[in-house]
Design a protein around this ligand. Sequence first.
Ligand code: SF4
Length: 70
Amino acid sequence: MSQDENPRPYFINPVCCNGCGACVSMEPELFGWDESGEKAAALLDAAPENAVRQAMAYCPHDCIEIEGEE
Ligand code: SF4
């Protein structure tokens, strides 16, 4: 992790997630599946902001959120 990678708490809105799997494919260390296997879930409490933002850009419904942001 380089110095400019700032770990931020992140999470997935399960109501919004349709289980497309884009985030899990892109960042498998950050995103996995919840107990139902139908919705994505954050695997870590916090992750480098750059990596989270990259997955956010590919989520078709904007379900990935960084804590403290709209
Ligand atoms: S990219 Fe978005 S909609 Fe697709 S599985 Fe991840 S959180 Fe859910």
